[in-house]
Structures are given as structure tokens and as C-alpha cells.
Design a protein around this ligand. Sequence first.
Ligand code: ZN
Length: 135
Amino acid sequence: MEVLKLDHIGIAVKSLDDALPFWRDVLGLKEAGIEVVEEQKVRVAFLPVGDTEVELLESTDEDGPIARFIEKNGPGVQHLAFRVDDIESAIAYMLEKGMRMIDSAPRYGAGGARIAFVHPKSSQGVLVELSQRED
Ligand code: ZN
């Protein structure tokens, strides 16, 4: 498995409308688009910065993973995503190393990426996303 870069930082927000004024207008990051990912019950805004991105995540469902995260922890940093060259081999590598995976097969995330989450129990409490994306 090769990690190519920090792909993005996922931040759970209660509302994109309330969050964007800080990230976009105060920090001055450019909003590169908003997308709904039905499967994960989120509305996502991307704000590229240097070689990485800030990903703001708003829940579209009170039972979604982001809604549950905010209920438990409040809004804030929710996951770190690392770009990998090959998602299948990255999952196989993690399993071989004895890591617990939330996803043992890739699924589709925002931006058409193929992603898999490592269980935070295997990564010192940090939810780690592995992401393969062509661009
Ligand atoms: Zn993500």
C-alpha cells in the first residue's frame, strides 16, 4: 500500500449554510462544489487548499453517521482521508496487518472516489479513510 497524500480532512458540521461563512468567507478558501452522497446520508462541500481539501459534512438524516457523530462529540474534525494508489490492495494490506476495517470492500464516496474506512479502534481513535481517486 502506498499513501500518496493527505486527500482531505472531514469536518462534521450541523449546517453547511452556517459553516461555510467561516471556511469560505473568513479563511478565504474556495468552495469547489456541493454534492449529496445518498449512501452516507450527507451533503458535502469541498474546499481545496494546497494539495489537500477541507470536506464539510452535513447530515441529511437524523440517523446518519454524521448526525450520530455530532450527537456524541459535537461538531468538529470527524476523519482524515489518505489517498492510496490501489484501494483493493490497501484494504488487503490493512487486514493482513490485523487492522479492523469498517469497510472490507470499497464503496463510493463523494467525488466518485472509492473509499474504505479503518475502524478507529485500530488507529488510536482517529477515523481514517482510505481513498482512491483518479484526477
Ligand atoms: Zn471523507
